[in-house]
Write a protein that binds this ligand. Structure first.
Ligand code: XUL
Length: 577
């Protein structure tokens, strides 16, 4: 007999696609569909989901394309057999920092949607600006300098908002928008983030920001739990703080807040039940930590185009090199995040060089890369008692952590004499680059998370209990093995069954929790109780191994020296830019 229990729908609106994923109340995935912008969208001249204005380093996406994506994705979910009537709750995950500028007609247009017509054909006129700045945008250096300066310096801004100023953060983006398009800014009735944009469309009226995603704006005072007036004043410009506050709306404290029932449009057009509830949507990174009942000393490493490292922690220790956000669900917890621009692309470059040298036909194959990764000794050190450690940085794109330009640099480090020397490359390039680049990416994570991890058991040095890998790179078991060697993980390195859709899964789980929780029941408790470890995760590598972990611990000192040296050279204008 077909099941009839409640279902929960999570959306993930990211740079390149919109995904929808449905789970039942036992957390099992039952349906999934996607709309790929480059492959499926009609009428937009985008590449990898975005438009680019090179001259001003702008990266942005057409909002109408996302409406088209929702129109089609719902049909695809239906084709997949989804019975919309069973859906009790909807939440979403949106790429962080992106903003949408709605005009004064929006509310009425949203309220009066005709179920005979598509969203795209009816909401085109709802926006003060047709584009949403994307997290890859780098047009706001001037505005970032102003944000860092207005509270004193970048440390102060990080203390208050959880992050120093970043190009992609919404506050600096609003400041630039307000200056570049003063008329459009005046006509903006409401600003949503990508996350609250999804909730808005399904709710049929404006949805507030979520308590975690609001921390990606450089405007929210995390400890005080309110907007920072000085930062608002800077972003707001001549039309003033009150006008900006109205555009931003309120920020409810409860991440599981029921925003209201689904808009009648979806009931009549797609057959949703009229009591289906819309739950606050959050950012893609906060959503990722909701894809499993993450414990306090666990870490998630997301290996995609970029690399992100996420932990849930009760400690608020802001620093200009890292990010802190409120937990999307649990008061008193924070999400710690490291976000790198270089990740997959940098590894692919080494892979391509290895494949070219070996004459491998399938240029996308990782076999030769993996073989070299595992056969090269740690730190490409043939004999640790005689040869130095090989360290390197590989940045095909300008990096944020540390703040260095495009380049590749190599050093040799002797941990006994503590001497660091520039070198031309690894002893055998490109084969050994496979090891050194992967180590380099994980050493950077270890360096910057070392004060947050603690000993997971008697006699063990501080390290995560578990390392969970998500994103495209989590398919690679050789990389997972090195992740465990460098980062540790007393219980091992794990892969999520739905790891490539962790954001959509986290959104669906947020909806389950918000609708089914008992009073006071935390996300961690509810999801923890229903979580089926043996079905949902796979151990893909051993984590902590004392000797090699200790060796990487010694390498960390040289790694930090290497970064500081290059930052110094950059300051002195000695690096090619
Ligand atoms: C995080 C960030 C990206 C985006 C898109 O600060 O900019 O991870 O959220 O994934």
């Amino acid at each position: 007999m077909a099941s009839t229990g409640p279902l929960y729908l999570g959306f993930d609106l990211s740079t390149q696609q919109l995904k929808g994923l449905v789970v039942d109340d036992s957390l099992k995935k039952v349906h999934e569909a996607k709309f790929d912008f480059d492959a499926d969208a009609k009428g937009f001249n985008i590449n990898k989901g975005v438009l680019v204005n090179e001259a001003e380093h702008e990266v942005f996406a057409p909002v109408a394309m996302w409406l088209q994506a929702i129109d089609t994705l719902l049909l695809r979910l239906k084709d997949d057999g989804l019975d919309f009537k069973r859906i009790k709750g909807i939440s979403g995950s949106g790429m962080q920092h992106g903003s949408v500028f709605w005009n004064a007609d929006a509310e009425q247009l949203l309220a009066q949607l005709d179920p005979e017509k598509t969203l795209q054909s009816q909401l085109d006129g709802a926006f003060a600006h047709p584009f949403s700045p994307n997290w890859q945008d780098a047009s706001t250096q001037k505005e970032c300098d102003e944000f860092d300066a207005v509270l004193g310096n970048e440390h102060q801004l990080a203390n208050v908002t959880g992050s120093k100023a970043h190009h992609r953060f919404t506050g600096p983006q609003i400041l630039r928008f307000q200056r570049k398009y003063p008329d459009k800014y005046i006509k903006t009735y409401r600003i949503t983030l990508v996350s609250s944009w999804i909730a808005t469309v399904f709710l049929g009226k404006f949805a507030p920001f979520d308590i975690s995603d609001v921390c990606g704006m450089n405007l929210w005072d995390i400890k005080a739990g309110k907007w920072n007036e000085k930062l608002l004043e800077l972003a707001a410009g001549p039309s003033g703080v009150d006008a900006l506050k109205k555009k931003l709306g309120d920020v409810p404290e409860d991440g599981g807040i029921h925003l209201g029932n689904i808009s009648d449009y979806f009931v009549r057009r797609h057959g949703f039940s009229s009591d289906c509830t819309i739950i606050a949507s959050t950012g893609d990174n906060p959503s990722t930590i909701l894809a499993l009942p993450l414990k306090k000393n666990d870490a998630i490493v997301s290996l995609g185009t970029s690399t992100t490292f996420l932990m849930s922690t009760a400690q608020y220790r802001p620093d200009p090199a890292t990010h802190f956000f409120n937990s999307p669900t649990t008061p008193g917890l924070y999400m710690f995040m490291l976000c790198y621009k270089n990740g997959g692309l940098a590894r692919e470059k080494v892979r391509n060089a290895i494949n070219a040298q070996a004459g491998v036909d399938d240029t996308n194959s990782w076999s030769a890369f993996d073989e070299n990764l595992l056969s090269t000794p740690p730190l490409a050190q043939d004999d640790p008692s005689k040869t130095p450690m090989n360290l390197g940085l590989y940045f095909p794109r300008p990096e944020i952590i540390p703040n260095l330009p495009v380049g590749e640099w190599h050093f040799e480090y002797d941990p006994v004499s503590d001497e660091l020397k520039r070198s031309r490359g690894v002893p055998r390039s490109p084969e050994q680059d496979a090891r050194v680049i992967v180590e380099s990416q994980f050493l950077s994570l270890r360096l910057r998370s070392r004060d947050l991890v603690h000993s997971p058991g008697p006699g063990l040095p501080p390290q995560p209990r578990r390392v969970y890998m998500v994103g495209g790179g989590s398919r690679n078991k050789a990389i997972a093995r090195v992740a465990g060697e460098v980062l540790g993980g007393s219980e091992g390195v794990f892969k999520l069954d739905v790891g490539e859709n962790a954001c959509a899964l986290g959104a669906a789980y947020k909806a389950v929790w918000a609708v089914e929780r008992d009073p006071g029941e935390t996300f961690e408790d509810l999801i923890g109780k229903r979580w089926r470890e043996d079905e949902f995760v796979e151990k893909i590598a051993d984590g902590y191994q004392p000797d090699v972990f200790e060796r990487y611990g010694r390498a960390l000192k040289g790694f930090e020296m290497m970064e500081l040296k290059l930052l110094e050279e950059r300051k002195e204008g000695k690096l090619d830019e």
